[in-house]
Design a binder for this molecule. Structure first.
Ligand code: ASP
Length: 372
């Protein structure tokens, strides 16, 4: 179903599949309590802007499968696979921007609310769909996280195709440009080198070579069905030009994703280090447990991150005292109430029985992320 699909058709078929009446409409505001949970799939914006040259976006596919009876987590993973396989999304899966050595290393995790099981992979090379490998960890092992060479060996043993290189022409060209901009004289001074590397990346965003949303970028996708089954998945190529082996928040349970089958789910995109410091997805789900709405729970985490951001290099150069980075959370509770929240103004994707939409997030700070 395309993002340009006939909305009336979607409403009719989606609602029928979901077994719902159409008299009231979920509009993101908390406090709409249904006798039965309202099915919803929520994700980062790329969950509805990418179709990998097909006709369905992630949220549309996941919603269609989930309301058709597919297990919620399997439906969500089928959705994010679209983005992982899309070479045009340079922040996820195949064609993701590589690390400082030019190697694409991918991170992912998933959690199944009803089954109370989880799986993840980090710094995985050579497999286009790390979310499927994370799911294989969940299904086939007693572990929660496999990393690096071990994760790749596991993937091979589970029958995944392992490729020598996941770069596309675009991701390799951008990496070479970054190398060219990086002053090699600074190599011996780790601090200066880190600054130079960051500046080289920022200059590429300023020059329009990289969409800021794909310098940092990831897909998190969470869903709940009419039975109240809550699941989530997060998948990413991580921070562009990262130090090889760097793992961000995305594959870490409690940070890039947390699901409690009795309560709800939260996941993130944006500056992973800021999220990891506060394990914000866990924090958000705990806030939901205490009765907060998805929006208020997410805002609490953003306030915590802002309070923990004190280093000058991480603050808005304009002297506002606010962080200079973006961080987004996608939150859904067991009743199907949801919210997209962010440090600065941003967007998110959602699909309900009313069809797919891109919406504005609720932001903690007015305006867009400070210009780099
Ligand atoms: N959170 C991801 C990471 O830190 C990147 C992103 O979403 O922009 O690896």
């Amino acid at each position: 179903m395309s993002s340009r699909l006939n909305r009336r058709d979607f409403v009719r078929t989606g609602a029928a599949a979901a077994g719902l009446g159409l008299t009231s409409r979920v509009d993101g505001a908390p406090a709409i309590r249904q006798a039965r949970p309202r099915p919803v799939v929520i994700s980062s914006t790329n969950g509805h802007t990418r179709t990998h040259d097909g006709t369905e976006s992630c949220v549309v596919r996941a919603f269609r499968l989930m309301t058709g009876g597919t297990d919620v987590l399997e439906a969500l993973i089928a959705g994010v696979n679209i983005v992982e396989l899309d070479p045009k999304d340079t922040s996820v899966g195949y064609g993701g921007l590589p690390n400082a050595d030019g190697v694409v290393q991918l991170d992912s995790c998933c959690m199944h609310g009803p089954k109370k099981r989880a799986g993840g992979v980090a710094a995985l090379e050579g497999v286009r769909t790390p979310s499927k490998v994370a799911y294989a960890v969940l299904q086939n092992t007693d572990h929660h996280l496999l990393v690096g060479a071990g994760a790749q060996t596991f993937a091979r043993q589970m029958g995944f195709t392992v490729e020598a290189d996941l770069n596309t022409e675009t991701s390799r060209r951008l990496w070479l440009e970054w190398k060219r901009r990086l002053d090699p004289d600074h190599f011996l001074d780790p601090e200066k080198r880190a600054d130079a590397a960051f500046d080289a990346g920022r200059s590429m965003v300023r020059d329009g070579l990289i969409d800021p949303a794909h310098y940092f970028g990831t897909i998190n996708c969470n869903g709940v069905n009419t039975r109240g089954d809550v699941c989530g998945v997060t998948t990413t190529s991580g921070l562009a030009w990262k130090i090889p082996g760097r793992v961000g928040d995305s594959p870490i349970l409690g940070a890039g994703l947390y699901v409690d089958g009795e309560v709800g789910a939260a996941g993130s995109t944006g500056r992973g280090e800021a999220n990891l410091y506060g394990l914000c997805s866990y924090l958000i789900v705990e806030q939901l447990r205490q009765g907060k709405s998805p929006k208020d729970a997410g805002m609490e985490a953003l306030r915590r991150v802002r309070a923990n951001t004190i280093e000058k290099r991480l603050l808005d150069p304009k002297g506002t005292g606010n962080p200079r980075f973006g961080l987004n959370f996608y939150v859904v509770n067991k009743a199907g109430e949801f919210a997209g929240v962010s440090m600065y103004e941003s967007d998110y994707a959602v699909c309900t029985e009313n069809g797919p939409e891109i919406r504005k997030t609720e932001s903690l700070i007015a305006g867009r992320e400070p210009q780099w």
